[in-house]
Design a protein around this ligand. Sequence first.
Ligand code: BG6
Length: 475
Amino acid sequence: MNNFPKGFLWGGAIAANQADGAYLADGKGLTTVDLLPTGEKRWPIMDGGLQSFTPEPGEFYPSHDAIDFYHRYKEDIALFAEMGFKALRISISWARIFPNGDDEKPNEAGLQFYDQLFDELWKNGIEPIVTIAHFDVPVHLVETYGGWRNRKLVHLFETYTQTLFTRYKEKIKYWMTFNEINMLLHAPFLGAGLVFQEGENRTQIQYQAAHHQLVASALAVKACHETIPGAQIGCMLAAGTVYPYSCNPDDIFHAMEKDRESFFFIDVQSRGEYPGYAKRFFQDHQLTIEMAESDEELLKKYTVDYIGFSYYSSQVTSTDPEILKNTTGGNIFASIDNPYVEKSEWGWIIDSKGLRITANQLYDRYQKPLFVVENGLGAVDQLTPEGEIHDDYRINYLQAHIEEMAEAIKDGVDIIGYTSWGPIDIVSASTGEMKKRYGYIYVDRDNNGSGTLKRYRKKSFYWYKQVIETNGQKL
Ligand code: BG6
């Protein structure tokens, strides 16, 4: 018998840049993700190698139209409501509110769009959960200031967040600052709008940008609490415990260090200070993080209320160079193959027990409510001539993960909700593909942008409806 708490927030999660499309509609400015094509050119740009601040003529950019959620959200929300969603996690696109990022005044049309979106959700009994920054930085801020490497962004972000809190204070209770904040270390353009010049010290720039985001996050916590009494504001980590390949103490220590690479961000956001291991890392690598006088106090004072995290896979690491050669895919992070578990078609490790392990580890460390805000299986789906999709593989993945989440709750972990990733098929963040699908709802669109955009209910649609209806009793 699973014992999900009453009021558990079952639902799904999407991001503006992967769902909305309408990339220049109603005054929206260009964002970093609008410069990411599909195919081989995508990764070098995500890694900080952008060459041009305008889209190349003739190139296909999947975010430009995505699944057109911007115009079809009513139809999509009706489908989420049919599944019984209690919550939908969406992200606000900074460039819809401040097209350039540093504009004097916000764009009223952008603000109105989110008013209408939130109203539609509430009308359908769905609580909107808002991510303030999910990978899309206004391009103007990258071109003019160098993205998050520049402290100027802290203040521009403060204006943006204050605008959101003031405008939506009656409509939004759950907020999250930066999606997968640790992604800044792995895909710096995606995470922080960073573009590197030859010869630059990447690590120095990345940790300086990280500091700026951490301070911006603390300021957002401050403003949120001051503006919206009773609101909850969390952080968001790309999680997934790192396992040592063997019991060699060197492997154990290395796995711990790998975990700490990610925990570093949440240690600051949740415990309110730079951990000792980070200070040592900076010293060992001769990194100097420039801080303003009040930063440490801000970080200490304005810590997050809950820990949001995504979980797709665990990881495996080793200190043995031979074993290290045996890598597989993962949520941007590469991992060593784990011989005990299966992998997805994209090489991501499928380890449902890893969710229980990760949740326990996070709760042991932070003792704050956890929110599983992303989890799911990216897979190829076949639409039958009858318009059906028999996605038992997806049901199996989700079932196993929800079962392990239930175990974690029995272990005493406080989990407040579960929003699986991409409840409707959207553009893949890492590859830009459409054929890497996570949804309960199929969208007729292919990797090249062809298709009618018609929506179809998959088998998993009916399955998830029942999970929610029974509050996780019937999996
Ligand atoms: C997370 C992101 O990294 O994983 C999402 O927060 C992303 O934006 C999701 O879509 C799944 O990754 P992908 O690359 O399969 O879309």
